[in-house]
Write a new protein. Sequence first.
Length: 196
Amino acid sequence: MIGAGALGCEYLKAMALMGLGCDGGSVTVTDNDNIEISNLNRQFLFRKPDVGESKAECAVKKVRSMNPSFNVTSMTSLVAPNTESLFNDKFWESKNFIVNAVDNLKARHYVDSKCVWYEKPLLESGTLGTKANQQMVIPHKTTCYRDSQDPPEKGIPMCTLRNFPSQIEHCIEWGREKFNAFFVDRAQDAISFLTD
């Protein structure tokens, strides 16, 4: 499973409670992110004392407490072209299927291309605000993720703005949020304080 954020927490809990990865099986989860305060409202495995810890390592500890027989390991590396020495042929060939729980299109497309190349089934999923999407991709049986067209995004997820503002519209939205926080929200707070 790639990603241990909001979707990743849900998937790991479900896998542990279903007994997936028990009795000879195993699950590997990787996420290069650390837990932030802003994650706590939607990533239910994490608590305030976990802030600053690795998402993958903390999530694995939490689900092991739910099911001590759950054979799960964590990795803290980004799955990307620059980590192909770690996520190499041996890694991909050793997996029966892949679960995507990432929060950006670039990562989703990259993992999809690897699953097509190594002929691995992929449970593709994503969220945007209150919307969610799941797609089961089975090589040579279904279309791959890249072949489907997502509807245009009406908003930019906050996790993208805070961690991966790579497109111009992300950077503009990030700048707008910072400007409002410093010059609008604080001024309104001061006015409210003075009048109330």
